[in-house]
Design a protein around this ligand. Structure first.
Ligand SMILES: NC(=O)C1=CN([C@@H]2O[C@H](COP(=O)(O)OP(=O)(O)OC[C@H]3O[C@@H](n4cnc5c(N)ncnc54)[C@H](OP(=O)(O)O)[C@@H]3O)[C@@H](O)[C@H]2O)C=CC1
Ligand SMILES: O=C(O)CCC(=O)C(=O)O
Length: 477
């Protein structure tokens, strides 16, 4: 049995009793391991370790820090199968998806390892011709990383790799549900001989996250998860003057025009909506279809959705796994009840599956709901989508923008003018043409508008903006 304890100063704590049992959500008889909840003393110890390690870490050349990231990438790559299996058992994502996610993690580490050798500033002409003026960047210090369960490898890595390469030290608090996968990532850094204290993990739930957010020695907090938690974390960080970055929910629309490649639009809608059992902030949840192709699109979408194989995440033939937890299943089932109560027509799905084995549900499609309904406005975070019929593109874009969120949006069209209108008028951080709403690229900025984020961007070079502070240097000879 795997038991996770806090990882502080490159050592696993041993003194506490395990307090949380991790069960495979797709096979409740499979106990994946146990997690010890970090105490306040341990959270303080982790922050102290990170603080003590930071000056030396920041004094290394970027290339030297990058070497550690390359070594961690090799370690992760060599343990890809084992870590993908653990992640699938812990949160129910299919093994094909977790294998892909581990490879993405390897690529993230390599990308940021390289970043250690890239330019960090600009030379700016000074008004004094005998002076040199330039910008450089300083790390924040200790960064707190709070992550969710839906991308248990990629999200921790796309936060901690840039934090480290720019000279910060880190304390990570992963979601309780996926602490074992995160512990495996810590092992990869341990195998890479990362210096003591540079990367620490405190296991536990939101109480542990709060202790980290409130800690005076944590200079920056980066978070992905719900809007409720994000707003609380942002307010706490702001109150004590810490920098913060929040990536939160989405209610992502797909527009299907009457000149679209319908075959592509159907397969991309299915993939965007139902992969990872709909538990992505970039998942498709509203599908806005031109009336001329509505019936044809609907027929094909429903037919292909009914062919989806729902099953155990470790079975290679499974296309969609269980929810990550019973809480997530209950949330989606409650939305299905609301959809029916609000007058929606259920086109397919709507029922729980294999109740005795775990937390499974059919992929579900609604139509005939008002756009003000809860299904059209609230983040469901499950495999549930609603179709809407429109007369033209401007009505489609207006509906797509009728949301408190603005993370990702897609359009399917062959008309260049339509594409340009969508690019200009869609209020979303990711605007995708003839491609599904999910599908984040690690080398490009990622983040949303409106309530989807704190208006910051992560990943790619954009990560530098959060994990460093700019210093403007003026040198007069
Ligand atoms: N944008 C996204 O990618 C995600 C969105 N969500 C949305 O959130 C809903 C609920 O999921 P849930 O797991 O509860 O998501 P949360 O936002 O509650 O959790 C995300 C992370 O934040 C931690 N956390 C929660 N509250 C606080 C707090 N006040 N201070 C510090 N840390 C905190 C959690 O700890 P712990 O959970 O261990 O207690 C976890 O590590 C989902 O149904 C979905 O709608 C969820 C996950 C990802
Ligand atoms: O779509 C992706 O690859 C990333 C999605 C994401 O960041 C999330 O769901 O939290």
């Amino acid at each position: 049995m795997i038991t996770v304890t806090p990882y502080i100063n490159a050592k696993w704590e041993t003194k506490q009793q395990p307090e949380h049992t991790v069960i495979n959500p797709g096979n409740v008889t499979d106990t994946v391991g146990q997690v010890t909840i970090a105490t306040e003393v341990e959270v303080n110890g982790a922050v102290r370790a990170a603080k003590n390690a930071q000056a030396h870490w920041a004094s290394l050349a970027g290339a030297a820090r990058g070497e550690y990231l390359y070594k961690a990438a090799s370690e992760l790559s060599s343990r890809a199968e084992e870590i993908a299996q653990i992640a699938s058992r812990e949160m129910g994502k299919t093994i094909a998806e977790t294998k892909g996610e581990v490879q993405r993690g390897v690529a993230i580490l390599r990308y940021y390892a390289n970043e250690g050798m890239r330019a960090v500033g600009d030379v700016i002409p000074a008004t004094d011709s005998n002076a040199l003026m330039f910008t450089t960047r300083a790390p924040l210090g200790v960064v707190g990383v709070i992550t969710p369960w839906n991308f248990p490898v990629a999200i921790p890595l796309w936060k901690l790799a840039p934090a480290l390469i720019y000279g910060n030290t880190v304390v990570i608090k992963p979601a309780l549900e996926t602490s074992i996968t995160c512990a495996k990532i810590m092992e990869c850094f341990s195998q890479a001989d990362l210096p003591e204290g540079v990367l620490n993990m405190v296991s536990g739930g939101r109480e542990v996250g709060s202790l980290l957010t409130e800690h005076q020695d944590v200079s920056g907090i980066t978070f992905t998860g719900s809007n409720t938690a994000g707003k609380e974390i942002g307010a706490t960080a702001l109150a004590r003057g810490a920098k913060y970055q929040l990536e939160m929910g989405g209610k992502n629309p797909v527009i299907v025009c009457d000149d679209a490649d319908l075959e592509l639009a159907v397969s991309a809608t299915i993939s965007g909506a139902f992969k990872t059992t709909g538990q992505k902030c970039t998942a498709t949840s509203r599908v806005i279809v031109h009336e001329n192709v509505y019936e044809q699109f609907k027929k094909e979408l429903v037919a292909q959705t009914e062919e989806i194989i729902v099953g155990d995440s470790l079975d290679e033939s499974t296309w969609m796994g269980p929810f990550a937890s019973e809480q997530q299943l209950r949330k989606s089932l409650a939305y299905i009840e609301s959809g029916v109560a609000e007058g929606g027509s259920l086109l397919t799905g709507g029922s729980q599956l294999y109740e005795e084995r775990g937390f499974y549900m059919q992929p579900t499609i609604f139509e005939n709901l008002a756009h003000s309904s809860s299904l059209a406005q609230e983040e469901i975070f499950g495999p549930v989508i609603t179709l809407f019929k429109v007369d033209d593109l401007s009505e489609a874009i207006e509906l797509a923008n009728d949301s408190d969120y603005g993370l990702s949006a897609s359009i399917f069209t062959s008309n260049i003018g339509g594409m340009m209108s969508f690019i200009d008028d869609m209020n979303a951080g990711l605007v995708r043409i003839n491609a599904e709403s999910a599908g984040v690229e690690l080398q490009a900025p990622f983040g949303g508008m409106k309530n989807s984020s704190s208006h910051s961007r992560e990943q790619g070079e954009a990560a530098k903006e959060f994990f460093t502070n700019i210093k403007t240097v003026f040198v007069k000879a």
